[in-house]
Design a protein around this ligand. Structure first.
Ligand code: HMG
Length: 447
């Protein structure tokens, strides 16, 4: 077991090349007020995959850019782990397809890299990072780094309430010793229970109990926070510069943030300072029954939300982590990793010296499990952020009309036979290239 610093050395993002504008295009077609999306859910647009894009192309494109930028060859990579909940094969992992793509453009091969695929809804992206971390800390990596790719086409059935939260994209991360970007804590907290709120039993689009899924997210996240504190010690709001959380839609994080703030300010000087304005937090021992306590807690939380203390903390710690999500929707396994980039990017934009600052990272997957750990921003974070081209990608997306959106959704529906033309021209990227004789998907690099 080594005690070297391990974490995320580099990150790259590939966004689906199409855009569905929720306020301008989706809301009118659904007969909804745009405010439901922009204010209620906190979303402006979804990234969707063009007809030649899928989880393999998006993941391979992000990984290709990452390896080129860091000057890596296949022999430098000892593991490729893919996290996805959009897989199309029950046996052959997506990581083999991605390795196959990368071998088309790099000298050498990944024959001595361990490959796999992780499944636990959205939290599997973080679980794959964990696997890589453990492999390096165990000293089994022979000096090599791990490539983790979180890639999803997060599509819902048409007219499902989740349709507004769709998204598609991939995040590639290099996990290594002495990382350039963020170091991960050894301490972790879990909140995990057998839940039936969002699942895909042998089906492409999820069965979702949307309202329940929101409550399950909050309950598991709370459990994970308490579990984290049992090993990492009590958390105080001033301990963390940013709180990137799994973001199915920004409104979900808004709900979670106020509960987290209430929890981490209990028995602190902040609770005392707030007492003059909104009273102290209700304690269960002061109530005769659970219902009265819950009601008082709800009233306190509503009042807390409107205080300058809370608003200041939210604007500084949480809001910057949501900027990218607002423009791309839910990327499932990649979502919390997009939130981390979004938050740190805002610190760079503001010219803040953030080396050594801490992040409280909350990952979540339906079914259901939350995980909390801490990260420390490393010396070279600025150059890692400046190397990203996510803004250019988002600006270059093709803006779909509603009819075109319907065609794109059909084109990615495994049960529909369609011949929808592509909307954008591939340029220096991997594309889906049809089917092989055993039903495998084939890929080609377009110069
Ligand atoms: P809905 O029922 O269509 O929306 O779907 P709503 O009517 O509840 O409205 C949403 C919000 O907008 C509400 O705010 C409204 O008040 C507000 P809230 O009361 O909740 O604070 N609103 C407006 N605000 C301003 N102006 C207006 C206006 N109209 C309404 N005009 C639902 C919402 C979340 C159920 C749906 O989007 C859904 O089913 N989503 C998919 C499930 C999901 O994302 N769940 C989140 C937790 S589970 C999770 O994160 C895991 C996941 O990523 C999967 C995985 O792990 O693999 C999903």
């Amino acid at each position: 077991m080594t005690d070297t610093s391990v974490g995320i050395d580099a990150v790259e993002i590939h966004a689906g090349k199409l855009k569905l504008d929720l306020a301008e295009t989706f809301a009118p077609a659904m007969g909804d007020d745009p405010g439901k999306y922009t204010k209620g859910l906190g979303l402006y647009a979804s990234s969707l995959p063009d007809t030649y894009e899928d989880i393999v192309t998006m993941g391979a494109n992000a990984a290709h850019r990452l390896m080129e930028r860091k000057g890596l060859e296949p022999e430098d990579i000892g593991r490729i782990d893919v996290a996805t909940e959009s897989a199309f094969d029950h046996s052959k992992p997506v990581s083999t397809y991605i390795a196959g793509c990368l071998e088309q453009v790099f000298e050498g091969d990944f024959h001595h890299a361990n490959k796999g695929e992780r499944k636990f809804a959205c939290v599997s992206g973080t679980q794959s990072v964990d696997d890589a971390y453990n492999w390096i800390r165990a000293g089994r990596n022979r000096g090599r780094a791990a490539l983790v790719v979180a890639t999803d086409t997060a599509l819902y059935a048409r007219d499902d309430p989740g349709e507004a939260t769709q998204g598609a994209g991939a995040v590639a991360m290099l996990i290594d010793e002495d990382p350039d970007f963020v170091e991960l804590s050894t301490e972790q907290g879990y909140g995990s229970a057998d839940e039936t709120d969002f699942l895909k039993p042998q089906q492409q689009f999820p069965s979702v109990d949307g309202k329940r899924s929101v409550n399950v997210y909050l309950a598991r996240m709370r459990e994970a926070l308490v579990d984290y504190e049992s090993v990492g010690g009590d958390i105080h709001p001033d301990d963390f510069r940013l709180g990137p959380f799994h973001t199915p839609f920004p409104g979900m994080v808004r709900k979670a943030a106020v509960l987290a703030y209430r929890h981490i300010t209990r028995d602190t000087e902040i609770e005392e300072e707030l007492a003059e304005e909104i009273g102290r937090q209700p304690r269960p021992e002061a109530f005769d029954d659970e219902e009265a306590y819950t009601e008082a807690l709800g009233e306190y939380t509503d009042a807390l939300k409107d205080t300058d203390h809370y608003q200041g903390w939210y604007d500084r710690t949480i809001d910057p982590t949501l900027d990218l999500s607002r423009e791309v929707g839910n990327w499932y396994t990649g979502s919390v990793h997009v939130a981390r980039v979004s938050g740190i990017r805002s610190l760079v934009e503001d010219g803040e010296d953030a080396e050594g600052e801490k992040l409280l990272v909350g990952s979540y997957g339906s079914g259901a499990q939350a995980e909390i750990h801490v990260e420390t921003i490393q010396e070279n974070y600025e150059s890692e952020i400046e190397a990203l081209n996510v803004d250019e990608q988002l600006a270059a997306r093709y803006d779909l009309s509603f009819d075109e959106y319907e065609d794109v959704h059909d084109a990615h529906n495994f049960d529909e036979e369609t011949s929808v033309e592509e909307f954008t021209a591939p340029d220096g990227e991997f594309v889906f290239d049809g089917w092989g004789r055993m039903g495998e998907r084939k890929y080609r690099y377009v110069e």
